[in-house]
Design a binder for this molecule. Structure first.
Ligand code: ADP
Ligand code: MG
Length: 396
């Protein structure tokens, strides 16, 4: 059999054993790996030539996400298409739905693309969220009626990530300048809450409405960017974790969701849960599942996309994940910069190093992650602390 042919497992129908991904980042790369392990071929549509997913894919279509010719090519080659990036144009997903299976559904992705729509969904589903107001004009930003939301955080309704597109607003007088600083685009002003902890829930829902979930993750952010994920969540009582899973399931039902959905929650000091935001895809906080669970979040994405059975994942090892951002590279900003001391990190027991093949380390850029697995949470934490110290990361 030549290299270009489908694997025997799926040889009957080349299109059925080829899956498509819109977006070319590290989430797509890890999906490609999971799909290829199961014998699928993967086509990635991503404009950037230097694409972590494109480099791993069987075929990389280099074109904008809304390029009609490339979308037609994707639909003709693939039995099913997913996304690894929530800001793909919903119209592109909708167009693909005419000729192939698409998950998650375009409508659900559209809700997740817009913070105000997301909060409307939380409210409609009876899921608590932070008090907020829509700020979509200068008069709205000048309205003194928003003082009850201060101190607050003004967030652009669209395209924010890793704390980008956010400004802390302490007083009413600062709101108009914050709105201007964010480009006078539609925003939401959210009350700043006192967070005891942050957690996330990753669920996978199939076409038949059945769903499963990963264990609840506890997340530490630094500067608005995920830094550390611990599973099991050390500070979250079981009943709070169960409640978070139930709320995530309720949101997925409401969205008639098919695919992997992540819901981020704040845990307040009185153990109340507040939904923060959703991602219509696997999530950085779920990367540990590759090494610590018998079914990873990318396996779940594959199973929902290809309509394969969903089984409840089992976490077989305690895990701590450390994000590896560009500033860890000694000569950050220069292509081909020297690497951190990976041999020292890999000498630690239970160390699983994942690098995304990005050649240009920049401050805040996600270059890879390190998962430490161990027989107990305490052991995983102890080794992860050693790894953090070796890498020069702050203590956690
Ligand atoms: P992003 O899309 O950048 O992840 P988030 O809305 O999740 O945006 O905000 C990033 C981080 O900022 C959160 O994980 C949390 O640490 C902090 N944050 C966001 N909103 C609030 C809030 N209302 N109160 C307190 N902290 C917040
Ligand atoms: Mg977030």
């Amino acid at each position: 059999m030549s290299a270009g042919e489908p694997t025997p497992r799926h040889a009957a129908d080349a299109r059925a054993c080829t899956l498509g991904v819109l977006g070319g980042g590290q989430l797509g790369r890890m999906f490609v790996h999971a799909a290829q392990v199961h014998g699928y071929r993967v086509v990635v549509l991503e404009p950037d030539a230097a694409s972590p997913a494109g480099a791993a894919a069987d075929l990389h279509l280099r074109a904008p996400y809304n390029d009609a010719t490339s979308l037609t090519a994707l639909a003709s080659r693939c039995g099913a298409v997913t996304t690894e990036f929530e800001n793909v144009p919903a119209a592109a997903l909708r167009g693909l739905m005419a000729s192939c299976v698409v998950s998650p559904p375009a409508d659900a992705v559209e809700v997740c693309q817009h913070r105000a729509r997301e909060k409307q969904l939380f409210t409609a589903a009876g899921v608590p969220c932070a008090p907020y107001a829509v700020i979509d004009s200068l008069p709205a930003a000048q309205d003194p009626g928003h003082s009850a939301l201060l101190p607050g955080i003004l967030k652009t309704a669209r395209l924010g990530y890793d704390g980008k597109g956010q400004v802390v607003v302490a007083r009413s007088a600062e709101l108009a300048s914050a709105f201007a600083a964010l480009g006078s685009v539609p925003c939401v002003l959210e009350k700043r809450l006192h967070l005891a902890h942050e957690i996330s829930v990753i669920i996978a829902r199939g076409r038949d409405g059945q769903w499963v979930h990963l264990p609840v993750q506890q997340n530490l952010h630094r500067g608005g960017i995920l830094a550390v994920t611990q599973v099991p969540a050390p500070d979250v009582p079981a009943h709070v974790a169960e409640q978070a899973v139930a709320l995530a399931g309720r949101l997925a039902l409401r969205l008639q969701y098919v695919g992997v959905l992540c819901v981020e929650f704040f845990v307040l000091t009185d153990a109340t849960l507040v939904a923060n935001e959703m991602a219509p895809r696997p999530h950085n906080s779920g990367h540990y599942s590759i090494d610590a669970c018998d079914v990873s979040q990318f396996d779940l994405q594959l199973r929902t996309l290809a309509d394969l059975p969903l089984v409840q994942p089992r976490q077989h090892s305690a895990a701590v994940m450390l994000n590896l951002l560009g500033e860890l590279w000694p000569a950050e900003g220069s292509p081909g910069a020297a690497s951190p001391d990976w041999p020292a990190v890999l000498a630690l027991p239970g160390a699983h190093l994942h690098l995304y093949g990005k050649t240009d380390p920049r401050r805040g850029r996600k270059m890879g992650h390190l998962t430490i697995t161990a027989a107990s949470p305490g052991a995983a934490r102890a080794v992860a602390r050693q790894a953090a110290s070796l890498l020069g990361l702050p203590e956690f």
